[in-house]
Design a protein around this ligand. Sequence first.
Ligand SMILES: [Zn+2]
Length: 266
Amino acid sequence: MKFTIKLCLCCAALFSVCGCAAKEPAPLHTPTWDITAHTTAVSTTTITTQSAQATTIRAARKVAIDAGHQARGNNELEPVGPGATESKAKVSSGTQGVSTGVPEYRLTLDVSKKLRDILLSRGYEVFMIRESHDMNISNRERAQLADQAGADILVRVHANGSENPEDNGLMMVAPTPNSPFVPQLYRSSRRLADDILAEMLKITGARDKGVWETDTMSGINWSSIPVVLVEMGYMSNPAEDERMQQAAYQEKLAEGMANGIDRFFE
Ligand SMILES: [Zn+2]
């Protein structure tokens, strides 16, 4: 992961600071689950009731999805957390596929949109931090937007990079128990990370790279709600890079995340 950070910072340094568009959070969506589609002649009442209850529970939950990065990084600095003396770039430009050449910000939004659609179909409310590439939103602002939207959790969607092309698999990033910024979010964020990791591993069959606990991530440190950063795979691994560009695999990544979110709220 140290390699990843270096890589991201290096990439960020290559891009000029971007003016881009003002932040325009997407409007909230209304769930459109058709309960009647799930009913049968035999037990219509029971199934309808159960479905309605499930929808009601989920409808009370709002998930903020942050598709990592944007078309251009922003090298201006911001504190890594509330009260921090250390600063980091507002948002790096991310990594890119070693085989496909696809930039991370495109992959993260593609999968984030799939995750949005699955969550909406299950009755959640969803707040998208961004739905286009030409944005200029810092990691601190992303965390704060999620809070302002009244979200219950923040899921940050990213992909990994490594100097070792053989590195592959799924990794979650969460704060440490001794975080100077969000110690109160440790247990819930760690549980969210564990739940999403377990469900993503189950559906994708990807390698388990575990949960990395760190207090170096601005987008985590500025959060006021349970937060996890999902590293969906290594864009520096040719096979995994190519797999992450397949629509069917992206669907699995999104469904795994949604199943993990379901498990978290159970
Ligand atoms: Zn990233």
